[in-house]
Design a protein around this ligand. Structure first.
Ligand SMILES: [Zn+2]
Length: 498
């Protein structure tokens, strides 16, 4: 399916890659659990699609007709996840999505990890039921948005300048809508994917998925029976690479360890000598951790990405090799724009102090001081990271693990990868497809606990000048309408060949 001309060397590197099925230490919520099945007869919200005269098929609107309206309707449902359970929850969005699926004959299982923290899973039966199933998952929650920072209200779902605007337009109600529109059109036309496709729309991805993907794995794994592979967000979008369009398929993601440092000391008067000052102790630990230069070790995915960039552009964005490799960050940024941000941190572990808390009065030395550290590790490097942080923190600082979840790496080869690359090439024949490692994380981490190999494939052909990577969790999040339509055409091809 792939010409050697298109992907000369990038197909070789990741062959060495393999899934890393280490398990997260994340457990279920402890909340009661409710499961319901939305019957297919339930009336649902009308997504508001307007068939273009003369193009509508008798079976109903096409996926391209529907995708913008579905995305807009999802954006208008506020699913802000503040990370502390104080948000509106995902229930309204989940019920809306369940309705859209029930309308075309599916029977979604809707469940809650806590009141209003709602997810749903539905199975589309494929024509060959003996084959392993594919999971297509998307999250329903979004990160907070401050309306005063935005050009439009973040929950308006406004169309402007050929784009759909709002929180979630990029992360990731766009892909949710692409999946929904594609599946609805396929089922309305009486067609089926070649194998079972399990659809999951999840709560809580933006806070690590404990109340969403991890909950589903812990309490509803039966709904994922037979699933071996998955596709989801933060991959499959195009970047401009020296005038050539390149689609970045996500085949790896870094692992995450969020730590809280707690320094104890002797409380007392601010005028006195105090060699046992918790603030001083904490500040020194934080400074050491923040300034630490982590050794370079390039994962197979990143190596393949760097080779691919060289093949396409003739330019090298890294010097040296192995542990001596140094990324040429300015060159990377020049070539990739803000998408370089996903790549820059994927050649080493990182440890960034993100919060400090201590003290309550100018002349009172507090007894404790705390700091939050956001650590990300490459596949297989988590134990090394923890040991190094312990050493850097020093003996008088306690370290608590707040969140810990795996790093992932899967092969850039095989039938599923061929289906993704083939679908992109069918819609955009001159483009190249490169594997890459995401510096952040996705719900693929949670599903990896079931041995599911997860990819990032939310196909979007984007204008070169659009700051797409910069809009993840950014202001004025927006997605071009044409990109959504490209997404459903590509995803439809993918689902027919998956
Ligand atoms: Zn996301």
């Amino acid at each position: 399916m792939l010409g050697a001309r298109d992907l000369p060397r990038t197909r070789d590197g990741p062959r060495r890659a393999r899934p890393t099925p280490r398990h997260a230490g994340i457990t279920g919520s402890g909340y009661g659990d409710r499961v319901s099945t939305i019957p297919s007869a339930q009336p649902s919200a009308q997504p508001g699609a307007r068939p273009v005269p003369g193009t509508a098929r008798p079976a109903g609107p096409t996926a391209e007709d529907e995708v913008v309206a579905i995305c807009r309707d999802l954006i208008r449902i506020d699913t802000t996840n503040y990370g502390d359970g104080s948000g509106p929850g995902e229930r309204d969005a989940a019920e809306h999505v369940a309705g859209l699926l029930a309308e075309v004959g599916l029977e979604p299982h809707v469940f809650e990890s806590a009141p209003r923290r709602t997810s749903l899973i539905a199975r589309v039966e494929g024509s060959d039921r003996s084959r392993p199933a594919l999971l297509v998952h998307g999250h329903l929650d979004v990160v907070p948005a401050r309306a005063e920072d935005w050009a439009v209200h973040p929950f308006s779902g406004e169309e402007r300048d050929g784009c759909l605007w709002g929180r979630g337009a990029v992360d990731m109600k766009d892909m949710d809508a692409i999946v929904l529109a594609t599946v609805r059109a396929m089922l309305r036309a009486g067609e089926r994917p070649p194998r079972d496709v399990v659809l999951a729309f999840l709560a809580d991805e933006e806070a690590g998925g404990v109340m969403g993907a991890h909950h589903a794995v812990d309490h509803h794994a039966g709904l994922l029976d037979g699933v071996t592979e998955a596709v989801s967000e933060v991959g499959g979008f195009s970047v401009d690479l020296a005038g050539r369009r390149a689609y970045l398929l996500q085949t790896a993601e870094k692992g995450i360890i969020w730590l809280r440092l707690v320094a104890h000391g002797r409380a007392g008067h601010g005028s006195q000598t105090n060699p046992d000052n918790a603030v001083t102790r904490l500040a020194a630990a934080v400074a050491r951790i923040g300034a630490h230069e982590w050794p370079v070790e390039v994962p197979a995915t990143v190596r393949a990405f760097l080779e691919g960039v060289h093949d396409v552009t003739g330019r090298r964005v890294a010097t040296g090799d192995g542990t001596a490799l140094r990324l040429d960050v300015p060159a990377l940024r020049e070539l990739l724009g803000t998408a370089a941000r996903w790549v820059e941190a994927t050649v080493s572990n990182t440890s960034n102090p993100t919060a400090l808390e201590a003290g309550y009065k100018h002349n009172v030395i507090p007894g404790t001081a705390t700091a939050l550290i956001d650590c990300r590790f490459l596949p297989g490097r988590d134990e090394e990271l923890v040991a190094t942080i312990r050493e850097l923190a020093g003996p008088d600082v306690e370290i608590e693990t707040v969140i810990r979840d795996v790093a992932l790496e899967v092969p850039f080869e095989g039938p599923l990868v061929d289906a993704m690359v083939g679908a992109l090439h069918a819609e955009d024949p001159d483009a190249v497809v490169l594997p890459y490692c995401l510096s952040g994380g996705t719900d693929n981490k949670g599903f990896s606990r079931l041995g599911i190999a997860g990819y990032g494939f939310a196909p979007l052909r984007l204008p070169a000048e659009l700051d797409f990577a910069g809009m993840f969790h950014g202001v004025d999040e927006r997605v071009p309408l044409e990109s959504l339509r490209f997404g459903v055409r590509t995803f439809d091809r993918f689902l027919r060949t998956c």
